[in-house]
Design a protein around this ligand. Structure first.
Ligand code: SF4
Length: 928
C-alpha cells in the first residue's frame, strides 16, 4: 500500500486503547447487526412449545435425531443458535419469553449456557433451566463430548420419556486392546529402543534417565513397550520443561524433539539451555517430514510447499551456531554407535545435540514400493531381502518385541505354545529386529529374480460361476419410505478399512440416482497410520430427517471388519437384528504379545470365534478373507475388497452391483483397482459357493509332507555316518506311543516333537527320566493343565545351545515352512543366518557375531561332545531346568484351577537365551 495505517496495525498504547474502544463501540454493534440481518439462528419443531431446547453446532443434528426417534420433535421447539457468543438477542429473546422449561445442550463447558443465563437475568425471565446441572445434579457432561446415547439418556427423562434401552451385544471375555504403535521401519522406534537399553545400564549406576517431549508422532513414545517419554508439553516446549526440571535434578535428561518442532519453536529451548548451561541431551528426530500432520516439508527438506528448491537448513549447523559444543548427526539404524554415543552424552554435563537422521518410514517405503512397481513392470526385480524367524529356534521370550515394539513381529503356534514370527504383510524388511541379537532365530533370506506373483499360478475369479446375490435386507425404497440404515466398518489402520468405507460412501453418493435419500459418512481415523483402530460409519436416511453421524449403540444394521478382534471389540454398535461379517482371524496386537498371561489367560482367535458364534448365530459370517487374499492374490490387503464382495452377495447393502463396482473403481485406481475388483468377485464367490469350493478352484494344491513325516526325516538327517537311524526311529516311535497312552488329549504331533527334540539334543540320554516325570505330570495335573505342564517339562530336557540350534537351522521342518513362504517368490533363495554364539571357557565367556555357513552348521550339529569338553557351558540353564522340574512336581494340590494355571504360566515364562532367561527366572521367582 501507498500508506500504512500505523494506528490500526501497531498495537501498542495509545493505539491498543483506541482499538479496544473501537471494538466495543463500533465493531461489536456491527457483528450484532450482521447476525440480525443474516438471521442465521434456526428454530424447528413446535415453535410455540413451552419447552425449548437451545443448542449450537454439530450436536444439533444429534438432538434432532433423538427427538425424531422419540416422536418428540412435534412437541418441543429446538433452537439452534448460530454461535455461542454473541447471541442474536433480537431473534432469541422472543423464543425465550415463551418458555417454561429451557434445556441447553452443548459440547464441553457451559459457554452458551452462561451467556443465556446472563440474558435471562437481564430480561428477568425465569424458565426452569437444565444444562450442565439438573437441580444441582450432573446434567449434560462438560467433558468428553456428547453423542446420541448420552443425549438420549439425559434429555428424554426431562421430556417425561424413558430413554429406550436397547441391550448391546458384548463378549464375556475381555479382549486385548489394540494400542497404536510406531509404523514398521519408523526411525523413532530405533531411538526409543536405544533409550530403553541405556536406561537399563544407567539404572545399574543409580542414574534415572528423564525424558521430556512434545507434540509429534514421537508423542507415542510413552506407550508400551518403550514408555520413554515422561511428560508431554506443547509443541516446542519439551526443552522448556527439561530446563525447569534440570534445576532440581541430578539425573541426566533427554529432550525428544521433531525436526518441524525444532524449526517451529524448539531451537529457542536449545538457545536457552546453552545460555543457562543445562545438562540436557537434545535428540532432534530428523525424519525429513512433518509426518504427524500429513508429511509436509520442513525447512531441512530443501523444498518449499510448492515444490520449489530451497536452501536446506541444517539443524546441526543451527545448534552449533547457538553455541552447542557437542553435536553429532547419526543414522539411528546404527544401533551400536548410537547407543555408545548416547550413553556418553547423557553422562556428561552441558548441552549436547544429536541429530538422528532417517526418513519417515511411510514416505520412504511409499517411494520404494513405487520404484519396485516400475521394476516389476519391465522385468523381475533381481534380488529381494526378507527377514525370517526360525520358529523352532525361537524361545518366545519376546525380547525382540520388547526392545523394538515392531508391529511386523507377530505370533504363531507350535508344540511349545506361542512363538514369535514375522508378519510378511507388515514387515518392511528394515532389519532392525535383527540388530537386537537376543537370539539366533533371526535370518536374512535373499530371494533371487524376485517377483511377488510371477511364479505362482494364480487363477482369477473368472473360473467361478457366481449366482445372483441374496435379496437386500434393506432396499433404497425401504429407506426412502422412512427406515434408517447404518453400516459400521472397523479394523486395523492401514489394512484397507478406509478403502471399504470410501467405496461405500462413493456408492452412497450415487444412491442409484435417487434424490429422496441422504447419507452421512464419518471416517474416524484416530491413530490409524500407526496400527491403531480405525472405524467408519455410514448412515442412509430419508432426506430431511435428522441423523447423528456416529452410530448410536445397538443401532448398526451391518458391522464389517477385515479383522476378528476389531470386529469383536465394536459389537456394541450392532442392533439386535444386525448382521456381522468378519475375518476369521486377527492381526495380533502388541498388547497381547507383551502380556505374560500370568494374571489371566490370553484371548485367542478360537475362543473369540466360539463366543461370537454362540451370541450371534446365523447373523454372523466368519470368512478367512486375509488368508484367501494372500493365497489367491499374493497379498492380504485385498481382503477388504473381498469383505465388500461377500457383504454384497449376502444382501447386506442396498446398492446395486454396478454402483458398487463403479464405486470401487472410483476409490482404487490403476492396477490395484483391477486387483481389488477381482478380490470383490472372490468375496462374492466365497458366499455364493463356499470357502472350500473357492479354495479348490483358485488355489493350486501342493503336496506338503505331514509334520510326522518331517520329524522322521529330521531324525534321519540328524544321524552322522556312524549312527543307526533305524534304531533312533524305533526309539522315537516307542516313546511317542507310550506318551500317547498317558496323554490322550494331546496331539500325536506335539508328543512326537518333544521326543524328537530330546533325541536330537543328546540322543535321548535322559529319555527314561523324562518318561518318569511325564507319568507324574499325567497323574498330578488334570487334563486341562497337562499340555502346558508337559511342554514346560519337555523344554527342561534340552538347552538350545549352539549344537542343538545348528540342527534347528537345518531341520526339514524349517525347510518346509520356508519353502511355503519363499519358494514361489523367485527362482531360488539363500540364507544369511544372524547369530551370536557364546561359549563359557572356564571363567571366561566368549561371544562373537557370526553368520554361519551351511557346512559349519552341518558339522556343528554333530558336536555334542562339546558339552562334555566345556562342562561349565550353560551351567546356569541346567540349574534352572532342574529347578523348573522340581517346581512342576510341587505345585500344591490345594490350589484351584486358576492358581495352578498361574503357577504353570510362571514356570513356562522362564524362557529365552542366556541373560534373557536368567532375568525371567528372577521375575518369576524360579531360584535354583
Ligand atoms: S527367542 Fe525371543 S528374541 Fe528370539 S525371536 Fe523368539 S521371542 Fe524374539
Amino acid at each position: 500500500p501507498a500508506t500504512f495505517d500505523l494506528q490500526k496495525n501497531v498495537m501498542v498504547p495509545p493505539n491498543s486503547l483506541i482499538a479496544d474502544q473501537t471494538m466495543l463501540q463500533e465493531r461489536w454493534p456491527l457483528v450484532i447487526e450482521s447476525l440480525k440481518k443474516l438471521a442465521l439462528d434456526q428454530c424447528i419443531g413446535k415453535l410455540d412449545s413451552k419447552i425449548g431446547i437451545l443448542t449450537s453446532g454439530l450436536v444439533h443434528e444429534t438432538i434432532k435425531h433423538v427427538l425424531e426417534d422419540a416422536g418428540l420433535l412435534s412437541e418441543v421447539s429446538l433452537y439452534k443458535s448460530a454461535g455461542s457468543f454473541p447471541l442474536n438477542e433480537s431473534q432469541l429473546l422472543p423464543w425465550l419469553k415463551g418458555l417454561e422449561k429451557l434445556i441447553v445442550i452443548e459440547e464441553k463447558r457451559g459457554f452458551l449456557e452462561a451467556e443465556v443465563v446472563s440474558l435471562l437475568q437481564k430480561e428477568k425471565l425465569s424458565p426452569s433451566l437444565f444444562g450442565k446441572k439438573f437441580d444441582g445434579q450432573d446434567g449434560f457432561p462438560a467433558h468428553g463430548g456428547l453423542n446420541y446415547d448420552i443425549i438420549a439418556t439425559k434429555l428424554l427423562p426431562l421430556l417425561a420419556r424413558e430413554a429406550k434401552h436397547i441391550p448391546t451385544c458384548t463378549l464375556e471375555q475381555s479382549l486385548p486392546r489394540r494400542l497404536p504403535t510406531f509404523c514398521p521401519g519408523c526411525p523413532h522406534r530405533e531411538t526409543l529402543s536405544v533409550l530403553k537399553e541405556i536406561r537399563t545400564e544407567l539404572d545399574k549406576e543409580g542414574l534415572k534417565l528423564l525424558t521430556h517431549g512434545d507434540v509429534g508422532c514421537y508423542s507415542l513414545s510413552f506407550l508400551p513397550p518403550f514408555k520413554e517419554m515422561h511428560n508431554l508439553s506443547a509443541m516446542g516446549q519439551g526443552g522448556a520443561l527439561g530446563a525447569g526440571v534440570d534445576l532440581f535434578s541430578t539425573n541426566p535428561s533427554v529432550v525428544l524433539m521433531g525436526d518441524s518442532t525444532f524449526f517451529h519453536s524448539g531451537l529457542t529451548d536449545i538457545s536457552n539451555s546453552v545460555q543457562l548451561d543445562h545438562d540436557i541431551t537434545y535428540i532432534l528426530l530428523d525424519n525429513d517430514n512433518t509426518a504427524m500432520t500429513g508429511h509436509q516439508m520442513t525447512p531441512a527438506s530443501g523444498l518449499s510447499v510448492e515444490g520449489k528448491e530451497r536452501p536446506r537448513q541444517s539443524m546441526l549447523q543451527v545448534a552449533r551456531a547457538l553455541g552447542v559444543k557437542e553435536t553429532l548427526e547419526i543414522h539411528p539404524s546404527d544401533r551400536y554407535f548410537y547407543k555408545n554415543l548416547l550413553l556418553n552424552f547423557v553422562k556428561r554435563p552441558g548441552v549436547k545435540v544429536i541429530v538422528s537422521t532417517k526418513e519417515c518410514a511411510l514416505t520412504f517405503h511409499g517411494k520404494q514400493r513405487a520404484k519396485e512397481r516400475e521394476l516389476f513392470k519391465n522385468d523381475v526385480k533381481k534380488e529381494q531381502v526378507f527377514y525370517n524367524i526360525n520358529t523352532l529356534a525361537c524361545e518366545d521370550c519376546r525380547a525382540c518385541v520388547d526392545a523394538t515394539g515392531c508391529p511386523g513381529l507377530t505370533q504363531t503356534m507350535d508344540a511349545y505354545g506361542t512363538k514369535i514370527a514375522i508378519d510378511p504383510q507388515v514387515c518392511v524388511a528394515d532389519g532392525y529386529c535383527t540388530r537386537i541379537k537376543a537370539c539366533p532365530s533371526f535370518e536374512e533370506v535373499i530371494v533371487y529374480d524376485y517377483h511377488p506373483t510371477k511364479y505362482k499360478s494364480l487363477k482369477g475369479p473368472g473360473e467361478l460361476e457366481i449366482s445372483a446375490p441374496a435379496e437386500s435386507k434393506m432396499s433404497l425404497a425401504d429407506i426412502a419410505a422412512g427406515k434408517e440404515m447404518r453400516i459400521v466398518v472397523t479394523g486395523v489402520g492401514g489394512s484397507g478399512v478406509t478403502t471399504i468405507s470410501r467405496v461405500l460412501a462413493a456408492a452412497a453418493r450415487n444412491m442409484g440416482g435417487r434424490e429422496d435419500i441422504d447419507f452421512k459418512y464419518v471416517d474416524q481415523k484416530g491413530l490409524a497410520q500407526r496400527n491403531g483402530n480405525v472405524t467408519a460409519h455410514l448412515t442412509l436416511f430419508p432426506k430431511g430427517r435428522g441423523a447423528t453421524p456416529v452410530t448410536p449403540s445397538a443401532r448398526a444394521d451391518v458391522l464389517l471388519s477385515p479383522d476378528l478382534l476389531d470386529g469383536a471389540q465394536h459389537l456394541g454398535f450392532l442392533s439386535p437384528t444386525g448382521n456381522v461379517l468378519l475375518d476369521a482371524s486377527y492381526q495380533v496386537p502388541l498388547s497381547l504379545i507383551l502380556d505374560d498371561a500370568v494374571a489371566a489367560p490370553l484371548t485367542d482367535e478360537a475362543s473369540i470365534r466360539t463366543e461370537l458364534t454362540q451370541k450371534l448365530g446365523e447373523r454372523l459370517e466368519l470368512i478367512s478373507f486375509k488368508e484367501l487374499s494372500q493365497a489367491i492374490l499374493g497379498k492380504s490387503v485385498y481382503a477388504s475388497a473381498m469383505v465388500l464382495g461377500a457383504a454384497f452377495q449376502k444382501g447386506l447393502f442396498p446398492f446395486s452391483l454396478e454402483d458398487l463396482r463403479d464405486a470401487l473403481s472410483e476409490a482404487v485406481k490403476g492396477g490395484e483397482g483391477k486387483t481389488n475388483l477381482q478380490a470383490f468377485e472372490i468375496g462374492r464367490a466365497v458366499v455364493a459357493l463356499g470357502e472350500k469350493k473357492v479354495r479348490d478352484t483358485l488355489i493350486e494344491s501342493e503336496d506338503r509332507p505331514s509334520e510326522m513325516q518331517l520329524l522322521k526325516l529330521s531324525l534321519i538327517e540328524s544321524c552322522a555316518a556312524w549312527e543307526d537311524s533305524k534304531k533312533l526311529l524305533k526309539v522315537w516311535g516307542q516313546s511317542v506311543a507310550s506318551l500317547q497312552e498317558l496323554f490322550k488329549d494331546i496331539s500325536e504331533e506335539h508328543l512326537a516333537q518333544y521326543v524328537h527334540d530330546l533325541l536330537i539334543f543328546d540322543r535321548g540320554a535322559k529319555l527314561s527320566e523324562f518318561h518318569e516325570l511325564c507319568k507324574q505330570i499325567s497323574s498330578r495335573y488334570e487334563a486341562s493343565h497337562q499340555a502346558q505342564a508337559l511342554r514346560t517339562l519337555a523344554k527342561t530336557f534340552f538347552i538350545k545351545d549352539e549344537v542343538f540350534v545348528a540342527h534347528l537351522m537345518l531341520s526339514p521342518q524349517k525347510r518346509a515352512h520356508d519353502e511355503a513362504r519363499f519358494k514361489k517368490l523367485g527362482t531360488s533363495y539363500r540364507y544369511k543366518f544372524i547369530n551370536r554364539p557364546s561359549f563359557d571357557l572356564g571363567s571366561r565367556k566368549i561371544e562373537f557375531d557370526l553368520s554361519p555357513k551351511m557346512w559349519m552348521l552341518k558339522s556343528m550339529r554333530h558336536l555334542r561332545v562339546l558339552r562334555k569338553l566345556l562342562p561349565t557351558w550353560h551351567a546356569k540353564e541346567k540349574l534352572l531346568a532342574s529347578q523348573i522340574q522340581k517346581n512342576l512336581m510341587s505345585v500344591p494340590a490345594k490350589f484351584d484351577s486358576n492358581e495352578i494355571r498361574q503357577e504353570l504360566q510362571k514356570l513356562e515364562n522362564v524362557k529365552g537365551y542366556r541373560e534373557v532367561r536368567y532375568k525371567k527366572a528372577e521375575t518369576y521367582g524360579v531360584n535354583p
